[in-house]
Design a protein around this ligand. Structure first.
Ligand code: TRP
Length: 452
């Protein structure tokens, strides 16, 4: 007999956990740096369109598939169609994606851990503004440092997932997520006082259409999936713990709006700092680790504020990383009948191992300089490109096609309406999911392979 599936304690519990999954390094670390690399303004606009027209409908579809099937991705596709259905491929793609994504996500979270330590010890602020770029470079290149923090962060993630769903984290999120928001507002105040604020703001919101490339559009779509935790079945898994009486549509809107706000806030904080100190927008992955310490190093209580910022960033990364590990874990629990402990330890251990090359990617060895010479990008950048821009959109394509064209109409309708005050969105949602979402994804992918 399968044991009764655990459910979130309340609707707020689900929204907090899903928002915790969505809000993470994708917002504060990645969004600003891909925006910088793609020239600002126009990229941001395309990103917002991707969130509203593609991301939001896919999020509703994922949560709905999870709740309707009470399963994680593979089981959800199978149970809602038939055994050995080809749709199951998309579930497996999600499980594979979760292994790859978490393997390098954990390396970045490791940088945040290291910076928390540097802030707490006072060593960070002591570098002074000019020391921040060299400091990041040194961290980025150090194999041993990256490896240790990657393993430490994976260990933390494994510990939390071992505890099962809806435990302590739900409680902590209630305090720490708003704290992160407040911290971003403080930093916004700091950025506002800099003379580069106007330029930074203009960079994020001014329309620089000439900067936009086809690759930029692909990255905007990939970033929308990444930031909203879509395309991999993470929201299917979380949706499977959602109670029947809760409204999916309003939860998805809340999560998307929160997630987008934090990403925009991060960009509006980082770019003014960057321009005020005469740096290039296309900084790459070090952006947040260079700009925030620069701004705080010249502020009263700078060490304290930097510690708070990086610790909150670690927490945000943790609430995201557990959702990735949960995809892998719930696959082995649901499909292979493993115990939670075994499933967590085996998949977590495997992910830690797969992440080793990512931890070495800044260094001179094969996975770093070697691969850069060979294929033009190190291991870290290559895997990030593949996962964000290929795995996630392809997963999203499968999820939207399945939900829109294959799923039983009664189930779909029923779950959308159940508990919903937003029932009038049903037709618009289905229309987006049937045509706009698949069309947009296919177009962007075809462009990426150079067909159009
Ligand atoms: N959304 C998270 C972030 O922005 C990352 C993330 C967590 C994710 N779970 C996911 C991305 C599942 C894709 C799929 O940091």
């Amino acid at each position: 007999m399968a044991e009764q599936r655990a459910h979130w304690g309340s609707k707020l519990g689900f929204v907090l956990a899903a928002a915790g999954s969505a809000v993470g390094l994708g917002n504060i670390w990645k969004f600003p740096y891909v925006t910088g690399r793609n020239g600002g303004g126009a990229f941001v606009l395309i990103y917002l369109a991707c969130v509203a027209l593609v991301g939001l409908p896919v999020m509703v579809a994922e949560i709905l598939l999870g709740r309707a099937s009470q399963k994680s991705p593979v089981g959800a596709f199978r149970d809602l169609s038939r055994p050995r259905s080809p749709w199951v491929f998309f579930g497996l793609l999600g499980v594979a994606g979760s292994f790859l994504l978490l393997s390098y996500y954990s390396v970045v979270a490791g940088w945040a851990l290291h910076y928390s330590w540097l802030s707490l010890s006072g060593a960070l602020v002591a570098q002074g503004p000019n020391g921040m770029q060299p400091l990041f470079q040194q961290v980025y290149e150090s194999p041993l440092l990256n490896l240790s923090y990657h393993l430490l962060f994976m260990g933390l993630t494994i510990l939390v997932v071992l505890g099962g769903v809806a435990k302590g984290l739900e409680r902590w999120s209630r305090i720490l997520m708003p704290a992160l928001f407040v911290m971003m507002l403080i930093l916004l105040g700091r950025a506002f006082m800099l003379d580069g604020f106007g330029r930074g703001f203009e960079f994020v919101f001014g329309l620089h259409t000439e900067q936009l490339t086809g690759r930029g559009v692909l990255e905007a779509l990939g970033q929308a999936f990444f930031s909203l935790s879509l395309g991999m079945g993470a929201m299917i898994t979380y949706g499977s713990y959602l109670r029947r009486e809760d409204d999916i549509m309003s939860a998805a809107i809340t999560i998307s709006v929160l997630d987008t706000l934090i990403a925009l806030l991060a960009a509006v904080v980082l770019f003014p700092i960057l321009f005020s100190y005469g740096m290039e927008p296309a900084q790459g992955p070090g952006l947040v680790f260079i700009t925030i310490p620069i701004a705080l190093s010249q502020m009263p209580a700078g060490s304290f504020l930097a510690s708070v910022f990086f610790l909150l960033l670690v927490f945000a990364a943790l609430t995201s990383s557990i959702s990735m590990l949960e995809v892998a874990t719930s696959y082995f629990i649901d499909e292979r009948s493993w115990s939670r402990a075994k499933a967590t330890l085996v998949s977590g251990g495997a992910i830690a191992a797969i992440g080793i090359p990512a931890a070495l990617a800044g260094g001179p060895g094969f996975f770093g300089a070697g691969m850069t010479a060979l294929v033009g990008a190190n291991w870290f950048d290559t895997v990030d490109y593949l996962v964000s821009n290929w795995f996630l959109p392809l997963g999203g394509l499968g999820i939207s096609l399945f939900t829109a064209w294959r799923l039983d109409d009664a189930i779909r309708h029923d779950h959308f309406l159940s508990g919903s005050k937003l029932a009038f969105f049903y037709r618009a949602w289905l229309a987006l999911l049937r045509l706009v979402v698949p069309f947009a994804i296919v177009l962007v992918l075809l462009h990426a392979v150079g067909v159009i």
